[in-house]
Design a protein around this ligand. Sequence first.
Ligand SMILES: Cc1cc2nc3c(=O)[nH]c(=O)nc-3n(C[C@H](O)[C@H](O)[C@H](O)COP(=O)(O)OP(=O)(O)OC[C@H]3O[C@@H](n4cnc5c(N)ncnc54)[C@H](O)[C@@H]3O)c2cc1C
Length: 577
Amino acid sequence: AVYDSFSSLPTTNYDFVIVGGGTAGNVLANRLTEDPKISVLVLEAGGTNSNAFQLDVPLFSLNLKFQYDWNFTTTIQPGLSNRSTFMPRGFVLGGSSSVNGMFYTRGSADDYDRFAAVTGDAGWSWDNLQPYLAKNEKWEPPADRQNTTGQFNPAVHSTTGINAVTLSGFPQSIDPMVFKAVDELGGIFHFNEDYNSGKPLGFGWLQHTITTQGRRSSSATSYLASQFISRTNLDVLLHARVSRILPSSSQTSSSGFAFRIVEFAQDLDGPLLQVEASKEVILSAGVFGSPHILLNSGIGDSRELSDVGIKPLVDLPSVGKNLSDQPAVFNTFFTNSTRTNDDILRNATLLNQVYTEFNKTGMGPLVTTGGNQISFYRVSENLTDRFGDPSSGKDSPHLEMVPGNGFFGTPPPTGHYFQLGTVVVSPASRGSVTINSTNPFDPPLIDPAYLTSPFDIAAMREAEHIMFQYASAPVWDGYILSPFGALENITASSPDDVLDEFIRNNVGSSAHPVGTAAMSAKNADYGVVDPDLRVKGVDGLRIIDASVFPFVTSGHTQAPTYAIAERAAALVQAAWV
Ligand SMILES: Cc1cc2nc3c(=O)[nH]c(=O)nc-3n(C[C@H](O)[C@H](O)[C@H](O)COP(=O)(O)OP(=O)(O)OC[C@H]3O[C@@H](n4cnc5c(N)ncnc54)[C@H](O)[C@@H]3O)c2cc1C
């Protein structure tokens, strides 16, 4: 069941304590309690969001007032836009899966084969992860039950998992034009029937974590659905913000410390509470939360911890390093069409109308995210020859471009818009998460280090060229009127320095940071967790969330997070159940 207060929990004896009821944490909570003899407590810092409108409606995910974690302190390189200080994370049951854009992209087969290569564990390869992708995915017909033949490859999908995945349940007026442009241009613009086959390059129909009823499928609505959360061996405590994991004096360990005691507070000014797991503590507090808790606990770079005034207990210099996020730019054009999503997003009467329809029928414009396609590209060989290739292989993209039928975010009061978002999905830059305080409730310091590698800015320039080339297809003649905002000063033939300035002024997070507690091979002298996701050099503590990715996968990160969590659950079960 779900509880608000520690004192109301039915017991304080649990086999596993999971820190963070987010995307990965709820997979673990569900899978481990399949065995009625195993008891699990989830400590989640956020609450539940009673605003069904915000949580359920796909179209509005882009306009969500995010359930924020504390205001992270973000430092950015000089010259970058303020937008790049914005680090959205879900701070609510379901974590980021409750507030994300719902795109379902697995990345490439090479991405996972690289995980297997760097960890020395073939279990992380694309082929070996297939059963776990299948345990997560529950393919459903789209809300409008349209004929989806030719829009995906059923052979690479599972209908038996827990988390709903579907194609768009509402057509966008631009759909035919999007693919006409692909036909007109050819070359790098080609149709890909299913970008989730392991080979993502090309233009395909977007798949999302949306149910056949047109609603968001998050880890809270799926893995904690009523038939699971009602298990008597599964308890979730909300508003429980974990500060540190403490060594257990009662435990002995060949490797030194066993960390099985979790310290947390329900009220940041209130008392610190503790709960001890008899088997393991699993950190699933996300890419910022998990390394933050490790550092607070004295697990990190010993010298850096001593400098802050924290007693180092385990020297693991890689904690908080290797932060990998994908820089993104929105490119907006005016269109002469009035059939965009802009009016719905700014006109309360219209919005009420379609929301009533959505509630009654589970259909209408609110059941999609505002664009129905996605596309992936490689940069030129010239670039990889010059800077090296940060991608995982020849079938892996460096770049993504997403068309949107309207303004991204809250639209201006007038005008109709066409959007082409560009992203560097295989970046070379690496940032960090650090602390500068002994108070565990002070925010961590985040440096996303966007565009610090010369590859990334050059790759984003190529993404902009691809975007202009795509927008120049004959079908867009008369549909795209003129560039909007800062894009007004840019053309396909702008010199590099002008394009670079535009990019730096407009870049921001794609909300896909990973890698701050990365897995590495058992004997590697870097990395934070071993291939079984146990924290190196200690007992009783694993990390299972997006922070363990050694590299960011070449797409959006929820599907890989789910797959990692599903396999991790099997590893934990194999050790204990
Ligand atoms: C706005 C947004 C849009 C996105 N869009 C997409 C998309 O369209 N497609 C896609 O594939 N991916 C998307 N992502 C990324 C994807 O959702 C994440 O990579 C993934 O959900 C991360 O899962 P996680 O388990 O690592 O962390 P989370 O799901 O963030 O879970 C971490 C949990 O830990 C809790 N927590 C944190 N600190 C503490 C603490 N100290 N004590 C207790 N609990 C704590 C948090 O409240 C949260 O519930 C998006 C993310 C965001 C934020």
